[in-house]
Design a protein around this ligand. Structure first.
Ligand SMILES: *Cc1c(COP(=O)(O)O)cnc(C)c1O
Length: 447
């Protein structure tokens, strides 16, 4: 058999009954499987579109959970991954260097705020958070502070689904009730916004200093915990407090990194440098699973044997099998090329005004509590997400893909979306939300 021509992109189409046959065998995320609505059958992507097996093209208003920052199937990323696949799909990172990972590490050191110089690669955001937490604990231990193992985290925080990451999520909103006794105990505080709250925050840290390994925050925008915003001043004040008290600050920019908030990194809004930074989601331009935990020399040096008495300093105890995967690194390098060659961050910052104007008509609809936008994030907060399945289906019927959850309907489109596509997305969003509000308010009139 002749080999396929590798230069030509090839589309494969599944058998007609693929969905019916396989649906019975998969377990969906966060889904009651008893009577889950049938998921959207997507067989291809292109630009900002999801293409279904019956040929419908939906504008993806979610950028596949914030990952597809350049839209889908960008030829530059595809070409980079294809040549890497031909050259070397994977090698272990233990004892081996390879060009894609080293190039990526060097570029991230350059691009990220301040002196965040060292990259530890992993395979998903949750793992990057686990690594950050472990680094902080081992950092304190290497400095001779045994017992500094607790973290301060914030209300509405979301940091991932693995044990350590789940433990620093919002304890009410998060999954704590399901895992009582299994999760680790940390301190969840409101984000200190006023000077009085900031003083109380500082007192809390002082009081608990001996047991704390760090503070973890999603800078500027808390994502999956409810899309809450705080100001650059608030972020700067938290940074300053941690600095004063010599407590590590971990910035989880897995969602906000790579332009989403209108700056390349959310920390840039406040001009701060966290001690540890987590990146993921858009890192590979929405193609492969990869994340990174970056640290400053201050942190890195505490792991060098020369920094303590003989035999006392332990190396970082982590190492995922697919760490530094060359395909994912190639995708990430190609994605960074696009941030250099295309006006991605300007598109994101410019989107804030368009989202604000476009979603404004929702503000006065019944049951809508708030409309807020930052960068390429538009949020409609509702009093209650009734008839959620109806709403989700209605978005699809109106030609767009959105996935409201909790008490919010939100849009986070690919940063590369064109003005016309964005207008189409926002028009369909407002139309659908209006239809939903009418339906829900009529239903509650009848109660
Ligand atoms: C998505 C997300 C994570 C988890 O990343 P996964 O790749 O899903 O494990 C962690 N923190 C934040 C802020 C996120 O948005």
């Amino acid at each position: 058999m002749p080999r396929d021509d590798a230069t030509k992109p090839r589309r494969t189409y599944p058998t007609p009954d693929w969905q019916r046959r396989g649906a019975d065998c998969v377990w969906l995320p966060y889904t009651q499987m008893q009577n889950a609505p049938t998921p959207l059958p997507v067989v291809a992507t292109e630009d900002v579109y999801l293409i279904t097996d019956d040929g419908r093209r939906l504008i993806d208003g979610m950028a596949s959970w914030w990952t597809a920052c350049h839209g889908y199937n960008h030829p530059h990323i595809r070409q980079a991954v294809e040549s890497q696949l031909a050259q070397m799909p994977h090698v272990m990172f233990g004892g081996i260097h390879h060009p894609q990972a080293l190039r990526l590490a060097e570029r991230l050191a350059e691009l990220t705020p301040g002196d965040l110089h060292y990259s530890f690669f992993s395979d998903s955001g949750s793992v990057a958070v686990e690594v950050a937490l472990k680094i902080a604990v081992q950092y304190e231990r290497n400095r001779g502070h045994v017992g500094r193992v607790k973290f301060v985290t914030f209300r509405d925080a979301y940091h991932g689904d693995t044990l350590g990451a789940m433990s620093v999520c919002d304890p009410v909103d998060g999954m704590h009730a399901n895992f009582r006794g299994y999760l680790l105990d940390h301190y969840s505080l409101p984000i200190p916004k006023s000077p009085v709250e900031q003083l109380a925050f500082e007192h809390f840290l002082l009081e608990h200093r001996r047991e704390l390994a760090g503070v973890i925050i999603e800078p500027m925008v808390q994502g999956a915990g409810g899309m809450k915003f705080h100001s650059a001043q608030t972020l700067a004040a938290i940074r300053a407090t941690c600095e004063r008290l010599d407590i590590l600050l971990i910035a989880d920019e897995i969602a906000t990194g790579f332009g989403r908030t209108g700056r390349l990194f959310a920390c840039d809004h406040a001009d701060i440098v966290p001690d540890i930074l987590c990146l993921g989601k858009a890192l590979t331009g929405g193609t492969l699973s990869m994340a990174v935990t970056q640290v400053r020399p201050l942190v890195f040096k505490a792991f060098l044997s020369s920094s303590g008495p003989p035999g006392k300093i332990q190396p970082l105890m982590h190492g995922p099998t697919f760490m530094g995967n060359p395909l994912a690194c190639a995708a990430a390098n190609a994605s960074l090329d696009l941030f250099e060659s295309e006006p991605r961050v300007q598109q994101a910052s410019g989107m804030e005004a368009v989202l604000t104007n476009g979603l404004e008509p929702c503000r006065n609809l019944p049951g809508i509590l708030d409309v807020r936008c930052r960068g390429a994030i538009g949020v409609i907060q509702v009093s209650q997400l009734k008839e959620l399945n109806w709403l989700r289906q209605r978005f699809i019927d109106n030609g767009i893909w959105l996935r409201p959850f909790g008490d919010i309907i939100y849009v986070t489109p690919p940063l590369s979306i064109s003005p016309a596509q964005l207008e189409q997305l926002l028009t369909a969003t407002v139309k659908t939300v209006r239809e939903w509000c009418e339906r829900v308010s009529v239903a509650s009139d009848g109660d």
